[in-house]
Design a binder for this molecule. Sequence first.
Ligand SMILES: C[S@@+](CC[C@H](N)C(=O)[O-])C[C@H]1O[C@@H](n2cnc3c(N)ncnc32)[C@H](O)[C@@H]1O
Length: 465
Amino acid sequence: MSGFRPEVPKDLLVRYGTSAPRYTSYPTAIDWRHDLDPHGYSARLASAAAADGPVSAYVHIPFCEQLCLYCGCNVVITRDHGKSAPYLDTLDAEIAAVAATGIARRPVSQFHWGGGTPTFLSSDEMKRLFHAFTSRFTLTEDAEVAIEVDPRFTTLEQVRTLGALGFNRMSMGVQDFDPKVQKAVNRVQSIEQTRAILDACRANGFKSVNIDLIYGLPHQHREQFRRTLDLTLDMAPDRVALFHYAHVPWIRKHQEVMPDDAFPSSDEKSAIFADAVEAFTARGYRWIGLDHFAAPGDELAVARDAGTLDRNFMGYTTRRGTDLLPFGITSIGEIGGAFVQNAHTVDAWASAVASRGTACERGHVLDADDRLRRDVILALMCNGRVDIPIVASRHGVDFPERFARELAELRPMADDGLVLLEDDAIVVTPLGQVFLRNIALPFDAYTRRRRETGEGTARTFSRTT
Ligand SMILES: C[S@@+](CC[C@H](N)C(=O)[O-])C[C@H]1O[C@@H](n2cnc3c(N)ncnc32)[C@H](O)[C@@H]1O
């Protein structure tokens, strides 16, 4: 089988190089209106309890033993494992308080532990957290029970424990197998460590294993990254996430420690990504959205083919439109048409849980315009097409009239071969898939407003190329 190679002309890389959100949500967190307070959150939880259908739940374990210099996530670096027990005490109280709103009558179809490094917890602590949740909430029979792990800090015994608890999906951080790149990002991880955890997942009944890679890191170049691609293919994960390195040193100061002159150029990054798409598609993986690849038969590949893929704060998902309950510091959720985020520090979160049970720090209630634009942006990001009559009738709008300016802005992209503007659909071309964020951008009213008011976006989001 020969693979598909998205060959990007250099002038497009220059013209479409801008900063843009990755749209795990719309509006993105920095654009929230902060019009939902803790009381509003509790009220929403109570009314969401009366709704039908399953919910999702996300638990954030922020602890990592060591800082990876590229890291853009919300982490707490510590070697003190004594911090886990009080964190679990608070999680237990938070889970109990949320369940007590009545929401626990709805089954849970997606239960996800992310981080940080959730395997910072010992096996006994993981059992404790799992039971704290499942003693109050009921997982559906086909629930997706997932965890993010760092193979350097995961033991075979922990994988066995997770398998026995019912975890069926694991996402492993790798980023790059090259020792020079690993050293530059302060994450030295052997091939054997990664393979051992992957083999253990397979031996312990995990249905799906994902490997995370990043392109755009110091010292990466095409020939070098080829080996990472070969080793990854050799391990035959069910999914691969190949993230474009998000350089946001104004938010994550430690990223500045990596030497500026070691980063690959836009051109080189584009070639690395094209190599990857070609290599994965040649092996039958389906290229999904921005940066994911799924083996044939994997749920993500099936959903993409059926046009039913969705995107939430945890990334691409096949579980559409469910409310998402957040637990732990910085966790983001979605309840009854509003986004919420928990307090950012362990202390603030713990004292909020102690005083009122939940720890929502801020939120955003989506209005009709948000819901319409979100539908369009997610359709582009997930399924690479917007069916105009469907969106128009769902939201009761005249699409061409409402989006005249947006469609006009897409016209040059159509001339560049990135989208097809049909009477009843906007269709992203295979080349356009590289520029998904640019194609979604005209529909983002908040970024537009920021640009028009001169506030700019230069130090807001990471670059697209
Ligand atoms: C939240 S981390 C948790 C993984 C786990 N702690 C580990 O180290 O393997 C999940 C993934 O986010 C990705 N990631 C983190 N920072 C990033 C950045 N600045 N740009 C792109 N991807 C990033 C990495 O691929 C990482 O594996």
